[in-house]
Design a protein around this ligand. Sequence first.
Ligand code: GDP
Length: 484
Amino acid sequence: VASNGFSGVPPRDKYLGGLLAAGFDERSCLSRYYSGVYRKPSPYKPSRYLVQKLRTYEERHRRCAPHTAAYNRTLPFLKAGASVPEEEVECKYALWTPWSGLGNRILTLASTFLYALLTDRVLLIDPGKDMPGLFCEPFRDTTWLLPPGFPISDFEAFYRSHPQSYANLLKSEKISNDGARGKAPPPFVYIHLGDDYQTEDMYFFCEKDQAVLRKVPWLFLRSDLYFVPGLFLNQEFEPELSRMFPEKETVFHHLGRYLFHPTNKVWGMITTYYRAYMAAAGERLGIQIRVFSAEDSPFELVSEQVINCTLKEKLLPEVDGDASIIDSMTDDPKMTKTVLITSLHSGYAEKVKDMYWEHPAAGGVVVSVHQPTHEERQQTDDAGHDAKAWAEMNLLSLADVLVTSAWSTFGYVAQGLGGIRPWVLFRAVKGVMPDPICEREASLEPCYHAPTTYVCREKKDGDNGNVVHFITRCRDATSGIKLV
Ligand code: GDP
């Protein structure tokens, strides 16, 4: 194969079981159809219903995209802040803007897209500083990028306290959710789903509030959370969601593979690295190390945790103190293991390398260890930095076995795209080694870290981790909930 996978010979499952539509220009985005050259086929197949929903969605997106007649008709109402008469609302939109790190962005974008699928809206995105440099257009013959000149541009100004947030519109009685036939809703409502949201913001997930929002042509959702489990809590959405995703733990797996295709530039980085350091190995182990606080998780502790976890779970071979070099010689490629370590910090790869240099691995396994970058600190919105982060998430997703860090959306993206249930390194507190140090994840799904605490069906605050059997508490982030 050519280094980017594009050899004219398509991979076996080019359209990922119908998830991807045919007919895109292949050269403009090689990763879309050729990621299967590198990635193992997924054991999870998208349902026929999901595939049908996606094709219908794509058609709607083309009909309602920027600069179409339907789109242009909504703009004057938006500019004037005037209610749109119902007969004029041909297309409705869900607008997304980048917020927080790249992992968070990918998860909130997938969540917003699912909401658009459910509510017959069209997803448009604020390109921010570098979205088009990272991701190909996901929908054929159209664009998801909000064009310049859109009446609202200062998306950063929208926050919890914004007067146009759903919560604040309810409080100021500019919108009503009590079933009374009030005046027509405004053309634009801001949905604040940040981790600091208030109870009235959380009403977003409730059935009667969705009935109100259904009439609003433009919804602007801003979130730093994977809020998909919240949609499953809505009793009107749930049957539809369960039809789309009979295997509930595959929501992000399928939506992620459908939406997020690295641009040729990033795909070049991924394939070059993969071919140089990962392709030849008999087995590939990805280890994602995310340190949220150096005080809680000092370097020596995390190194020890990584090594002890991988040895205990037999993901890496034991070192053999007695073996001589003669016993451990092998040319069998199956006996080689590549370890890909991703982290903002250097040093971890050296720890593992040193271990196997000083003592051969038991059974003659040859271990090679690689870390593509150590950027030292998060530099979100720097194009080069974000490209590396996106490339590394993809490289991790190409591993056979994964170890990830608790709480990290970066790791969730890798596990979801790869369809791999990882071993999770639990978070240390105040420099104390967690016990257990790591554990196998129960589901592929990302964790919804700060879930809505309003239980719609009980009309009061409560614990949404107990309401339905397919949503449970996250092991890696105990405040969170996830689909299983
Ligand atoms: P989270 O904070 O772990 O949930 O993940 P996010 O992706 O939302 O934010 C962390 C950001 O820090 C990433 O997007 C990268 O910009 C950077 N970062 C964290 N870990 C790594 C890493 O292993 N490699 C690279 N290249 N960047 C990283």
